[in-house]
Design a protein around this ligand. Structure first.
Ligand code: SIN
Length: 278
């Protein structure tokens, strides 16, 4: 198995692994902990059952409430854009399930059908995002908490979106999650400090006025989008990319109109997140 870093600070590409092989799990898990994003190439023979079995090695599977499930496999969420559709699932920078009390540890996305060009996924290192802030800003953020919600994304407000009308997203009535997390978390694996706010699900910072909260979040979001903090995954059918939701943001690049992109995603349960003073 060859594991090659994708960038100076985030992600690695894996060749020569087979997710069906139990002996490959430990080196893959170690690489996952070290790099936060792992692109495992050429898993072309993998079935939905193999995907589920591999995901379950990381922890219990968290069944997504809102994505259309794969028929016969409720553990697998469909991430699909048909060639006539305009919007893609996950186009905004986000962290999967940050609206949950215990946000999903990680997500494992398997490429079934990819467009001839485009449709990459971008990632940001939230540990590097924290490390590259000034010490004064770091100290200020360490004392703060932020609210995250599913309501404005998957609830009634989303009812009229293309994704809902086409059946890709569902269960708006289940979008009832509002939760509070520290703005800076202690990463459960590494203990590293990671920023934990994101543009899609974070609704505000506690204890600040709306104007202050908006200004602070905008500054942080701009900071996080520096190319130096990013890694980009160019997909091939058969690849499986897994990412650590506590250490990253991600975004699906929607630049392949007229082509189909079809992925299967499984999310793995996480834990309640501690702030840095815990
Ligand atoms: C997601 O946001 O989970 C999907 C990312 C992608 O389709 O690249």
């Amino acid at each position: 198995m060859q594991i090659t870093p994708l960038t100076g600070g985030l992600g690695a590409e894996v060749h020569g692994a087979d997710i069906r092989n139990g002996a490959d799990f430990l080196p893959l898990f170690e690489a996952f902990k070290a790099h936060s994003v792992l692109v495992i190439r050429a898993q072309t023979e993998v079935t939905p059952e193999d995907h589920i079995a591999f995901a379950a090695r990381f922890g219990p599977i968290n069944v997504n409430r809102f994505f259309k499930p794969v028929e016969g496999h409720p553990e697998i969420a469909t991430v699909l854009k048909e060639k006539e559709q305009k919007s893609a699932i996950g186009e905004g920078w986000h962290t999967d399930h940050s609206y949950d009390e215990a946000p999903a540890m990680g997500s494992l996305l398997r490429a079934i059908e990819v467009p001839p060009y485009g449709g990459d996924t971008l990632f940001v290192s939230m540990a590097q995002a924290f490390d590259t802030l000034s010490p004064m800003m770091q100290r200020f953020l360490e004392g703060l908490s932020a609210c995250h919600s599913s309501r404005h994304v998957f609830g009634a407000a989303a009812q009229d979106s293309e994704a809902t009308r086409s059946g890709r997203l569902r269960n708006a009535e289940a979008a009832t999650q509002d939760v509070r997390h520290p703005v800076v978390i202690k990463h459960p694996f590494s203990g590293r400090k990671c920023l934990f706010v994101n543009p899609v699900f974070t609704t505000g910072i506690e204890g600040l006025s709306e104007a202050e909260s908006t200004a602070l979040l905008q500054m942080l979001y701009q900071h996080c989008q520096q190319p130096e903090l990013q890694a980009r995954v160019r997909w091939q059918a058969g690849d499986i990319t897994l990412w650590d939701n506590r250490a990253t943001w991600h975004k699906a690049i929607n630049d392949y109109h007229g082509f189909r992109r079809y992925m299967h995603r499984i999310t793995v349960e996480g834990c309640k997140l501690d702030g840095v003073s815990a």
